[in-house]
Design a protein around this ligand. Structure first.
Ligand code: HEM
Length: 409
């Protein structure tokens, strides 16, 4: 079957907007993702996405940034601060699983053991989106068994009690016993309000939607956070003065983060299948059932748009006015990312950088906290990168807090 590759930035988004291209990136997983928002198409997709989009508005992000996230960040920072350092490969997931679980509507005892249990289960589910990118396809059967076990455990240990608590609250709200403001603001509650019975939305689909939400939000953001920390630690070796500049200047901080996302989009590609013959924006034609792969990494590195040094980390690169520094890393069209604001914020400028209502994004908040504590590489333990998929996962990214580098800004 022919496969078309879109590698030019200017063709990427128009391709993703084509209505007759169906999501195909996750075809290798037949158990977990098929009914989740990222795999649905047309009306079915719009219906589910609209419910989530209704929760994920700007007041919601602001509330998370100012009230929910500081608690999740402290919970995850306290142990590494006490230990004088840690491993980003655990820390990044802990902090983000913790945060995104709140936005999904999954209750937890707020302790490290519970977060780690949820992290371990979602970690197993995290193999589903990358199944199509396995360099050794014989790993697939083993992963499918693990996927099934992880889904069952997630359902029993986390989803069922969280759903029951929310169902009781929605019933009370419908009976006029509590106010709307007493309802949790999260994805499970939003789905219960729009689709109250299991005839409206099958129970099995609710479980998978909740698990997917944590995966989509936490694992992508954790991957980007690790890549950004890795780039920033290299950068600070040559530009030590930028540690304080980054802590103090949200405009500069965002340039570093968006440049990191450009170079290392959490998903290096996305893939579609043509539902009928389609004329593609790059001038080629895709026949029915042919695949169209949008190479986000290559599109983000077109030298004529991003400069001759497009392959390297340069947060100060000058771009044409309408070109976002993060490139096309959040996708486009119907499946465009729902959580971009939460992860990397609105565009920060001199005008909005001091405003209380500005969303800076979670990556900026974590990186700032790490820089304030004096994050530095652990000279005794080198970085290791997992090469088993084409996604760039860190097996380990050890760090220490150096008191000589700590500054509050
Ligand atoms: C830096 C962090 C992130 C990156 C790079 C990223 C990237 C992406 C990309 C490329 C897609 C489109 C996939 C496709 O077209 O096949 C996507 C979709 C999605 N993202 Fe994100 N994402 C990030 C953070 C988040 C967060 C924090 C959340 C939620 C809390 C989230 C929720 C979603 C959801 C629900 C979808 C599916 C949307 C749909 O299919 O309509 N993402 N993301």
């Amino acid at each position: 079957m022919a496969e078309h590759f879109i590698t030019r930035f200017e063709h990427a988004e128009p391709t993703l907007r084509l209505p007759d291209l169906h999501q195909a990136l996750y075809d290798a997983d037949t158990l977990f993702l098929p009914k989740t928002v990222v795999c649905l198409h047309g009306q079915e997709h719009m219906k589910k996405k609209r419910i989530f989009a209704g929760v994920f508005n700007r007041p919601f992000f602001r509330h998370y940034q100012n009230h929910v996230f500081p608690v999740a960040l402290k919970e995850s920072m306290d142990p590494v601060r006490e230990n004088g350092g840690g491993d980003m490969a655990q820390f990044a997931y802990r902090v983000l699983v913790n945060l995104v679980a709140d936005s999904a509507g999954i209750d937890r005892a707020h302790n490290e053991a519970d977060t780690d249990r949820l992290f371990a289960l979602i970690g197993k589910l995290g193999h589903a989106p990358t199944m199509g990118q396995l360099t050794d396809p014989s790993d697939r059967d083993k992963l499918m068994v693990e996927l099934k076990e992880a889904l069952e455990a997630f359902e029993k240990e986390f989803f069922e009690p969280s759903l029951a608590r929310r169902r009781a609250l929605v019933d009370k709200f419908n009976a006029g016993e509590i106010e709307k403001s007493d309802l949790p603001r999260d994805a499970i509650t939003a789905q219960l309000q729009h689709s109250p019975t299991d005839d409206d939305l099958p129970y099995d689909e609710r479980v998978k939607d909740a698990a997917f939400f944590i995966l989509a939000g936490a694992f992508t953001t954790a991957n980007v956070l690790m890549n950004v920390v890795n780039e920033v630690l290299d950068w600070l070796e040559d530009h030590p003065e930028d540690r304080l500049n980054l802590i103090n200047d949200p405009v500069l901080m965002q340039k570093f983060i968006w440049e990191g996302v450009r170079l290392h989009p959490a998903s290096p590609i996305t893939k579609r299948r043509a539902l009928c013959p389609v004329h593609l924006p790059d001038g080629h034609d895709a026949e029915t059932d042919e695949f169209v792969t949008v190479d986000l990494t290559r599109a983000n590195r077109n030298p004529d748009l991003f400069g001759e040094d497009a392959e390297s980390f340069n947060p100060h690169r000058a771009l044409a006015d309408n070109l976002p520094l993060h490139g096309v890393s959040f996708g486009g069209g119907a499946h465009v990312c729902l959580g971009k604001l939460l992860a990397v914020g609105v565009k920060i400028t001199e005008d909005n950088k001091d405003a209380e209502e500005t969303e800076f994004g979670t990556i900026a908040m974590v990186l700032r906290a790490l820089l304030q504590e004096g994050i530095a590489r652990d000279p005794a333990r080198p970085v290791e990168i997992d090469e088993s998929t084409t996604r760039r996962h860190f097996r380990t990214l050890p760090f220490v807090f150096d008191p000589a580098l700590a500054q509050q800004g």
